[in-house]
Design a protein around this ligand. Structure first.
Ligand code: ME8
Length: 646
């Protein structure tokens, strides 16, 4: 990506049917980090986001809330704008699909495709999933349900306009097969080719008459335009496509990357390129389908009542720890798990211990040994080279990771440098040098190197964290000027100036008391998606799904309380020839000694998770009621451990 002058990045535009949760913030913070990084590298960046305000779902939600759709979305959009402000999202433009400037362009696009013959009128008979706003044919359903969300679909029959998606099937296949970079990560590309393109594309129904809350088809006012055509067009309407004012379109299109969640890759890599092909416009260079931030029991969703509110977290911990956590915890393309424990651990280990300590140790020593004035580096030693080289080389690693959208790896590289600098303190032992008058120059050099490394770190973290870089430089006594803050300033080691007066300030990341935080957070936020699920919302599963669950009889060999966790017991279980460790939240109901030799039922193939540092390999079954009773499911001891249940 190094030879370009512009960088155009988009997030999806969000449905304003409810307040956004931490999962939505992930997409936007990730795009923001990429936008900031590319700006720092000197590219002319266009970063857009917005809201996807039309469609039946919004119309229904508004009605339920006793509002008109516009009144309803206006309120939610205001909360979204506030959230992005709180999260320091540096978007260059924000497009609402209800904006006049967008509506006009969508109508022009629709008309152009109609005039070209790529949109035609016909009768629609099929199945519709209201929550996904998607039409399906019988053979696309999975066990009779929507293949995207698994919910019921309704039969519909009406006159509608269709987009000739099938016409672009071969071109789309060619695009995906020849251009390996078009969809990333690669696994998503294979999914698109094998699950959608190879079985064959059908023409897409692109208008509705059964509801009104949408952009009218300009030449047939009974119809509104299908919400995905409306939504996807944002990426070009925001640049002034098909208007007199289309300089931005000429400058920034095609997009360098559409950053989208994995469930909407299909819309972005099949429907969107086909529309662009039909319009005769260039295709985006890349669609990146990132993973989700999930709770330990599954995806966050409002209907399960288990969404994590980013505002609560930011008010409690500040913005940067939350931005850092989101970007660090979701690895390249895969899902990341949100848990209160994971968040607190990241804050304590990576931020308080590693980065916070490095700064406070360095500034404290400069104050203590040099009256707060940064000494010069007049006595280098070979041991310094490793740190200096890494400080310079980390920029390259960050650039490589960011250019390939491996955001969490970029942070891993920066934290390697932070770790190296902390190790350098232990290796050079400044407190011993301080006792020896002949070592004053050497001591000064060590502290100079640490201060400069911290300056470099402050620049390297700037795309990811928006408040901490300045806080670090304030303590180092550095002004906010290019020679200290720019990406270019990473080109050599030694930019901080001897004689600068450092200023020890507040601890930048105070250490958290894990137990206290966990207790308080548990009251504020859900920690698992299982908690609030009620029976009515539990989806039916097939026998094949059930057979995937490996239930086994497990005999308790030993049980003990988990230190500092009132609710947890650690169990050692005999499962046939195997011994398993399982951490279970049953301490309030069972004494450890009463469990010995009980035959329990274990979900043996549950993905292991770490709970309070202990790897829990499965889950034991228990029944509970809403009067707070809990009883473990047990099996007669005539059945051997390891036997299958089911
Ligand atoms: O899909 N973790 O809007 P949306 C990570 N309007 N990402 C998540 C997430 C989670 N737990 N939950 C949601 C739409 N997202 C359409 C887009 S674009 C032309 C139209 C991500 O509000 C999700 O994957 O349902 C998607 O990328 C984005 O939030 C918007 O979701």
């Amino acid at each position: 990506m190094s030879n370009r002058e512009t960088f155009y990045i988009t997030t999806p535009i969000y449905y304003p049917n409810d307040k956004l949760h931490i999962g939505h913030s992930y997409t936007t913070v990730a795009a923001d980090a990429l936008a900031r990084f590319n700006r720092m590298k000197g590219l002319d960046v266009m970063f857009i986001t917005g809201t996807d305000e039309h469609g039946q779902k919004i119309e229904n939600t508004a009605r339920k809330n006793g509002k008109t759709p516009k009144e309803y979305v206006d309120e939610i959009v205001a909360s979204i704008l506030e959230l992005w402000k709180l999260m320091d999202i540096s978007y260059d433009d924000f497009m609402r699909t209800t904006d006049e400037r967008h509506i006009r362009v969508v109508q022009k696009i629709f008309t152009k495709l109609y005039e070209k013959g790529d949109i035609y009128k016909d009768k629609y008979e099929g199945l519709y999933c209201t929550p996904c706003e998607s039409f399906w044919t019988e053979h696309q359903l999975v066990e009779g349900k929507c293949p995207d969300c698994g919910r019921d679909v309704q039969p519909v029959e009406e006159e509608a306009y269709f987009f000739r998606l099938s016409k672009y099937q071969d071109d789309l296949l060619k695009l995906m097969e020849e251009n390996e970079e078009f969809i990333e990560p690669k696994s998503r590309r294979n999914e698109m080719i094998n699950n959608f393109l190879k079985p064959g594309l059908e023409d897409l129904c692109v208008s509705r008459t059964s509801f009104k809350w949408g952009i009218p088809v300009p030449f047939d006012k009974d119809h509104v335009i299908y919400v995905w055509i409306d939504a996807l067009s944002t990426y070009i309407s925001v640049l002034g496509y098909m208007t007199e004012n289309d300089e931005k379109y000429k400058k920034f299109w095609p997009a360098d990357v559409h950053l989208v969640g994995k469930e909407i890759v299909r819309f972005h890599t099949i429907i969107w390129p086909a529309i662009l092909m039909a319009l005769g416009e260039p295709l985006p260079k890349k669609v990146f389908g990132h993973g989700w931030l999930v709770l330990e029991g599954g995806k966050m969703s409002k209907s399960k009542g288990n969404v994590v509110d980013p505002v609560v977290l930011i008010e409690r911990y500040g913005l940067d720890p939350i931005r850092y956590f989101l970007l660090r915890e979701v690895p390249f393309g895969s899902d990341g798990v949100f848990s209160n424990e994971a968040l607190i651990n990241r804050i304590n280990s990576d931020l308080a211990n590693d980065l916070g300590n490095l700064l406070s140790r360095t500034v404290t020593m400069i104050e203590k040994y040099f009256k707060g004035v940064l000494p010069s580096a007049v006595a280098p030693a070979p041991i310094d080279d490793d740190l200096k080289e890494l400080a310079i080389d980390t920029r390259r690693k960050v650039e490589e990771s960011m250019d390939s959208l491996e955001i969490s790896n970029a942070l891993v590289a920066i934290w390697e440098l932070i770790g190296r600098a902390n190790k350098y303190i232990d290796e050079t032992t400044p407190w011993i040098l301080a006792k020896d008058p002949s070592q004053q120059d050497r001591l000064g050099t060590v502290l100079y190197n640490l201060a400069e490394t911290l300056r470099i770190i402050s620049v390297l973290i700037s795309p990811f964290m928006t408040k901490t870089p300045t806080k670090i430089r304030e303590q180092l006594g550095l002004a906010e000027v290019d020679k200290f803050t720019s990406w270019k300033s990473l080109d050599s080691f030694g930019k901080v100036e001897a004689g600068t007066k450092v200023k020890k300030g507040d601890i930048i990341f105070p250490r958290l008391d894990v137990d206290k935080e966990l207790e308080e957070l548990e009251a504020l936020l859900p920690t698992s998606s299982e908690e609030e699920e009620d029976l009515v919302n539990v989806a039916e599963i097939s026998i094949e799904d059930f057979e995937k669950i490996d239930l086994r009889v497990a005999k308790v060999l030993s049980a003990e309380k988990v230190k500092n966790a009132d609710k947890l017991l650690k169990l050692e279980l005999e499962v046939g020839d195997e011994t398993r460790t399982v951490v279970s939240g049953i301490a309030e109901y069972y004494k450890p000694e009463d469990l010995i030799d009980k035959n329990l039922v274990l979900v043996a193939n549950l993905k292991p998770v770490k709970l309070r540092g202990i790897l829990s390999q499965g889950m034991i079954l228990a029944a509970s009621d809403d009067e707070d009773n809990l009883v473990l499911v047990t099996v007669d001891d005539t059945i051997k451990s390891g036997s299958q249940v089911g």
